[in-house]
Design a binder for this molecule. Structure first.
Ligand SMILES: Cc1ncc(COP(=O)(O)O)c(C=O)c1O
Length: 363
């Protein structure tokens, strides 16, 4: 690795996304101990039976709504989303995927194809025809702005954009049905967007009506970061229910472990292929020991409440700053420890203050 690459890698590692890898604090003693003790005893690939896999899967599933009851272990968020796409294709028999603009879902070929965050870059591969990009439901500066539609239900308006894509592009132009809608339950890459009330509820309905399944990417925002719920898709009410949930980053508090949680129906369609799922390291006993310890620490140390308290404090102090500097801070928004600040150069045009934002991030 040359120095240039090292420098850019360090910037990425110290950037804002790195924070979401750790839920219970760096080097949490119980998490370290769980990993060390299991490593001293045994690590195997996941063809061998081990209690840790069962305990970890049961603990994860106990945090989910009842219908999400089957767990597949993988090693990273990318692997989780790739497997989610395979499950969706197998279950629906369809291929068309709807994703949000600016989204990032992972580094595998299958995921670059559905990640406008990468696809929008010069030199990126061409977007495949089966991928459809819906506008981000960004009520501050997105396609439909709350200040221009003060009395409207922004969630419903943005959900209609997805319905239009289904009707005009998927069914109309391509003559297909939907395979999957994939979105982070709070969009992290792509602007720290808090999805407006009713957005996921309506989108999930439209997608299912067109034969698709709904994938919630909780790789960054799961495990209580929202401060009110363990999973961010739960924020808008118990009737917002994905068919597939992908999780990663904080699950191992820095150790590579991730998972896909789905319904029995989706899992059975996958099993019926006879291909069998195997993943050498996914769900190995050491990774599972670590993930179990993370979830115990989240519960015992009331980290979800902590995200609410600390995030609430951060948000209120940032709101105070916004009052003081309204020409520079255009918007402050957040839930729990998922907080975004919009730096602008002009409140009327909302033009992003890109250089200033970079300066703040680097400092
Ligand atoms: C929302 C989201 N999904 C998936 C991924 C991919 O996870 P990983 O880097 O563990 O493969 C990331 C990584 O940044 C992410 O932010």
């Amino acid at each position: 690795m040359n120095l240039r690459t090292r420098r850019s890698a360090m910037l990425v590692a110290s950037g804002p996304r790195a924070a979401s890898n750790v839920m219970v604090g760096h080097c949490h003693p119980d998490v370290v101990k769980a990993g060390v003790e299991q490593m001293q005893q045994l690590n195997t690939n996941s063809r061998f039976l081990h209690d840790n896999l069962v305990v970890c899967a049961e603990k994860l599933v106990s945090k989910m709504p009842e219908s999400l009851s089957v767990c597949f272990f993988v090693n990273s968020g990318s692997e989780a989303n790739d497997l989610a796409l395979r499950l969706a294709r197998q279950h629906t028999g369809n291929t068309d995927v709807i994703t949000l603009d600016h989204a990032y879902h992972g580094h595998l070929t299958s995921l670059i194809d559905i990640s406008p965050y990468k696809l929008n870059l010069p030199g990126a591969p061409k977007k495949p025809d089966y991928v459809h990009i819906a506008p981000v439901p960004d009520v501050y500066r997105g396609k439909i702005k709350a200040d221009e539609h003060p009395d409207e239900d922004m969630g419903k308006l943005y959900a209609m954009e997805v319905k239009k894509i289904i009707d005009e592009n998927v069914i109309g132009q391509r003559g297909e049905q939907v395979c999957a809608f994939i979105a982070e339950s709070l969009q992290s890459c792509g602007g720290q967007i808090i999805l407006p009330h009713n957005y996921l509820r309506d989108v999930y309905t439209y997608v299912r009506e067109a034969g698709g399944v709904c994938i919630a990417d909780e790789v960054q925002v799961g495990f209580g970061r929202s401060g009110t719920h363990y999973w961010a898709f739960q924020i808008d009410g118990p009737d917002v229910l994905p068919d597939i949930v992908t999780i990663g980053k904080p699950m191992g508090n820095g150790h590579p472990v991730a998972a896909v949680i789905t319904t029995e129906a989706v899992a059975r369609s996958f099993e019926a292929t006879g291909i069998q799922y195997f993943n050498t390291y996914g769900g190995n006993p050491v990774s599972c020991a670590i993930a179990i310890a993370v979830m115990s620490a989240v519960d015992e140390e009331r980290m979800v409440d902590n995200a609410k308290d600390v995030g609430g404090y951060l948000l209120s102090e940032l709101e105070n700053m916004q009052q003081k500097f309204p020409d520079v801070i255009g918007d402050v928004r957040g839930v729990g420890l998922f907080v975004g600040i919009e730096l602008i150069i002009d409140p009327k045009t909302k033009t992003p203050a890109t250089a200033e934002a970079r300066d703040v991030v680097d400092r």
